[in-house]
Every structure is written in C-alpha cells, then in structure tokens.
Ligand binder design. Sequence first.
Ligand code: 9PG
Length: 530
Amino acid sequence: MEFSLTLGKYILKVESEKNTPNASGALLTGTDIRIQLPFVADQFYCHGWQSWSLTAWLDTREELAPSFPVSLHASHIDLPYAFEKKPNGSWLGAVNTPDGKIILLGSLGLESHVKYDGDSLCGSYEHGNGDWFLAYGLEQDIFQKYAFLLGDRFGKTRLKDSPRIWCSWYSFYKEIKESTLLRIINEMGDLAFDVIQVDDGWQKKVGDWEANEKFPSGMQALADSIKLTGRKAGLWLAPLIAVQSSSIFQNHQGWLLHDAHGRLVQAGVNWHEKFFALDTTHPQVLEMLAELMQKVRTWGYDYVKLDFLFAGALPGQRYVNIPRETAYRQGLETIRLALGDAYLLTCGAPILPTLGLCDAIRVGPDVSDVWNLNLESRLMNNFAVPGAQNAIRTTLNRLWLKPIVHTDPDVVYFHSRNISLSNEQKQLLKYLAYISEFKATSDLPSWLTASERQELQLFLTSKPEIKYISQYKYQINGSICDLSESIKFPKSLNWFENLIRFFIGNLANISIAFILFDKFFSIERRKSDL
Ligand code: 9PG
C-alpha cells in the first residue's frame, strides 16, 4: 500500500505492506519497500556487511566500481551485492537532506539490504517480510534511535566497560611462539592491561584447534602464566572456517557449506591456501563448536576473539534450509552458550546478526603500521584491506553502535621502531580508541622507550571526557579533535593505473597467484623480521 509521510518540510511517498507513523518517522513492514524522496540526495551512507567492509558516506553521483581482487569478495563484502553499481548497504542506508539532516531506512531484521536508486530508498528482505525503521533528523539522533531499536530486537552488551587488551597480532603476526610470549608476559610489569590475548599462530591449522609445535607446553600452561600476572588470558580462533589441509576439510566435507551445484563454498584465501565455510545448521558442527568453546574455557581462557565469522553467513545450501544470517546467528547462539561468561570479541563478523550475542564487535578493517597500502587499497579500490586510514574511516562511521555493543577500532601504536606511521597518525589512532572506548595495543614493552611506556600507561589508565561535536569531530578532555581529513578517499586512478588495476586485480583472482603474492609481499611477511 502507498501513503504519504510528512517529515519536516519533506513529503515522502512510501510503499510498504504496513505502516505506523511515529514522532521521527515511521515503523514499516514489507519485503520490498520504497520511499520516494522529493529531492536528489548527493550522499548515501553505505553500511558494510561485516567488520572489515567499507562503511562510509559516498557520493551518489559516482557509480560504484567493484573492488579487487574478486577472490577476496567473500572475505570482505556481501557477495550478492559485490557488483551493484547503485549506492547500497547491508540492513540500512541513509541519505543527506538539503536542510543538513538525514533520512535513514534501517531494517530490524536479518537478510535485508537498502539501495538508493536516484530518487528512492529501496529496502528489501531476501526472505519473507520484515520490519523497517524510517526516520528523519540529525544524523547523531537518528542513528541513536535506530541503535536502541536494534538493541531491543537483538539484545545489548551485558558489560559497561571494555577490558584493556594486549594482543599479539600487530607485532608478531603468525610468528608467535611460547618462549617469546612468556618473555613478554614478564616484561608487562605494571602496565594496566586486563587481558593478554594470543592471536593467530598458536594452532596446528585453521580448523585444527590444538597447540602447534611452537607451543610445547600447551595452551593451558600459557593461560596459567598469563593469569599469574593477575590478568585474563585471551585466545583467537576462527571456528567457522577450515583450511584445505585441516582435518575438518579432509574428514568432514559434509560439515562444510556447499552451493546449489554441490560444490564447496570457498570463503577466501589465507594462510597460503584456500579456506572454506562451516555449515552452522549441521548438528555435528554445532556439537563440535560447543565442545571447542568448552575446551578453550577449560584451558583457562576467559576472553575469546572469534574471527572470520562472516563465513557462517555466506550464501549456500545448508543441512537445515534456513536463511543464511539466521543460520549464522543460531551457530553463534551455541557458541555464546558454551562460552559461559567469557568476554567475546567478534571479528570479521556480519554486524546485525552478531548483536546481542557478543560483548564486542570489531567495527573496521585491520589497522597496520602503514597509513595506506596503496597497492592493496587505492589501486584495488579495496578499503577493507589493512591500513590505519581504512580502519579509522569505517570505525568512525560505525560508532553509532556504541550504546548497544563494545566497538573495537583495533590497536594503537606507541613504539617508534620500524614503523611508517607519523606521530600525528599514531595520535589519530589513539583518539579513535578513546572515542570508541576500547583500548588495545600489540606493542612489545621492550620496544618502548621510557617516555613511550609512560604514554601507553597514561592511555590505559586515563578516562578522558569525550563529547561529540559534529560529524567526525569530537572534544577529548576539552581539546578539539577533528578526524574528517583522515577519512577522505584517495584520488581516483588515471587510465594507466586503471590498466594496472585490471591486470593485477585479475591476476590476483587466480588463487595460486594470490597465494604467492601473499607469501612474498603481505604486511605479515614485511614484518616477520621482528
Ligand atoms: C589473524 C588476523 C587478526 C586480525 C583480524 C584478521 O584475508 N583477509 O581478508 C583478512 C582480513 C583480515 C584479517 C586477516 C585476513 O585479519 O582482523 O585482527 O586477528 O585476522 O589472522
């Protein structure tokens, strides 16, 4: 049915199945709904599907170009919309209005998408119908209202404060080993970390969650050593994927997600091989997940970072035929239950289906000690790849989630050893952590000068007063912090660079070429001399 809705001075033509107007807009129901606007908007808020996916206000006059390489699409964006040319986003979308406000259309259910087609906001559910929140007002107010509605539907985080974390990833990458970690634990002294979190590199294989030969005393002994310092032990796992050489892949292909032709659904390329998605509707997968989480708790880990979770929500044929994000959410429910009261940080996670089942969500791509990796990001039109600027951009645009979940912006750097970030850029990451109210670093205490160590301790112990001023502008303890410059996009490519994009992008689609590139040029590789 069609009706007219007056929002401020704008009269909108709304097509939906049901509608209930309210003070700021309306609650709507429908599978495909359309909101015709009386003006042409020049900006669209594009919300990325999972933690790493680009989230930003984009110029509506420019057609969207696909990101490269296509072989990373499954790991970075929502596959069904990878080649969409019109501005669009997962679950929600917004446009700016000529009077400096916004109109937001946000779904209150899963498997939904919003597109701007030039004169209308179009919302669609992949299956059945569902509810929508339509509202007009100041960006900050409207997103807060939407966040509260999502909190009511999906649940909110149980804890007020987030823990302060030392995480092994951004110093050692996969090169961690027991002896080095034990040394670092000893060097921590009085640094005010609540958690020491062991990241990727401890496991036999992604999919085989046992300690590898670099951890000869086992994971329980390591947790014990961490806990002796009065801190919580944290562990990284990617429980919804398995690499080709893992025993899950070798022995339990029935646990993996297949497509309509019975072929395995590839979730990405990493760890120098292809990796695949687990089917979270398979009863044996659910059993395995619960046992795995209980094992990690028994080892003594009370903080868990679960990564690459998007794989559970990829399109495919499942053991039980239910919609993909619903299937993922059910798997996450099993995980949450088995984890008991452990702190759960989710990463690479589809945002809406994860709400209410975790304590924190990573809300941007990985930072790195490089501001912008030109080859991977600008040339490939890929803003989900690691880089401080990419992380700042997407995180800032997701901070409206803060009232309902801890928002993890990734780590801050304090050291000045072998790092290409300027002091100003490091400062921006620090501001981002303050604003996000989530603090983490991977710096080794031994890398820090006395004053850097002091700066880190001050960062960990201080609770500055944060005030939102305007879009990307905050007041931190009285001083103005303007992040608007840092979220800008790099300039577009010239014809020659476009040619290189085409050539490298297509080459990287060939898995073996990508694996070789990753092996020799990835940031991890560049940093493995640490
Ligand atoms: C461990 C890391 C760290 C990091 C996570 C995640 O292939 N990819 O697209 C890709 C994206 C992100 C990524 C790794 C690979 O990083 O965000 O903090 O835990 O995994 O492997």
